[in-house]
Ligand binder design. Structure first.
Ligand SMILES: CC(C)(COP(=O)(O)OP(=O)(O)OC[C@H]1O[C@@H](n2cnc3c(N)ncnc32)[C@H](O)[C@@H]1OP(=O)(O)O)[C@@H](O)C(=O)NCCC(=O)NCCS
Length: 227
């Protein structure tokens, strides 16, 4: 097991001897420790300056922000145009050919405490939401979590990375268990949830399976840095 706290200062110290700017030092320190290919990816896609949180997935930096009631329109656009009819059915567990503005308003309305939504943005147009993970406290059980990724962006690792971010926040807030409802024949979310914790399948009622996830901090480490 590598002791990051001992190893990292040593790298920074040796970079400091040769570089003058803080950024150059940080960059060199990162490159020295990132797995092959990753340092190049970070350099190629780095934003012009540090502008906020985000996830780096297959070379691309996706900004991430929380949603608020002001985001009703961008959320409506995501649900109606970003998701296919089938993805909407899977997310809402019933057919939803069109999304009503009222439904979008309810989903966007978050207090960022009991109801939190993290949205990943299209790097090419950061006014467009391409993925949303939602978290809602309930009075009589673990918080409920739901996730959806725009069809054009599925299968790239965005859902799992965004979920990791939410899982980290949830653990930090003292909520180590989630509940998630999925259609009984929808396996994708089960594999996705297994990237952040241990999934326990509950019973099926009316075609909907209730799933419990015991969040596992070990699975949230992201990139493993070999030293
Ligand atoms: C379920 C859902 C959220 C998954 O999101 P996603 O961004 O496609 O998920 P990921 O890309 O992180 O992982 C999905 C797959 O892509 C793979 N993957 C991960 N990183 C990848 C990468 N860089 N390149 C290609 N594939 C990758 C994963 O291994 C995973 O494969 P698997 O399905 O065989 O396990 C998305 O399919 C969706 O929105 N479905 C409709 C709504 C829904 O079902 N919601 C759940 C009910 S709340």
């Amino acid at each position: 097991m590598v002791d990051m706290f001992k190893a990292v200062p040593e790298v920074v110290r040796s970079a400091t001897e040769r570089s003058s700017s803080v950024l150059a030092i940080a960059r060199e320190a990162m490159e020295a420790r990132l797995p092959e290919g990753m340092a190049e990816a970070v350099g190629r896609n780095k934003p012009p300056r540090v502008s906020g949180p985000g996830i780096l997935v297959s070379d691309v930096f996706y900004p991430v922000r929380t949603l608020t009631a002001d985001d009703t329109e961008v959320l409506l656009h995501f649900l109606q145009d970003g998701l296919s009819e089938e993805s909407r059915r899977l997310r809402f567990m019933s057919p939803m050919p069109t999304v009503s503005p009222a439904a979008a308003a309810w989903l966007a309305s978050r207090d960022n405490y009991e109801r939190v939504a993290l949205a990943a943005l299209d790097p090419a147009d950061t006014t467009v939401v391409i993925a949303v993970v939602e978290y809602a406290s309930v009075s009589d059980g673990p918080p409920e979590v739901a996730v959806a990724v725009a069809d054009a962006f599925q299968g790239k690792g965005i859902g799992s990375n965004l979920l990791r971010m939410l899982a980290t926040m949830s653990l930090a807030a003292g909520e180590p268990v989630w509940r998630c409802d999925v259609l009984a024949d929808n396996d994708g979310p089960l594999r996705l949830l297994a990237t952040v914790g241990t999934v326990e399948l509950g019973g099926v009622t009316g075609g909907v399976r209730s799933v419990t996830v015991q969040l596992d901090p070990e699975r949230l480490l992201g990139t493993t840095v070999v030293i």
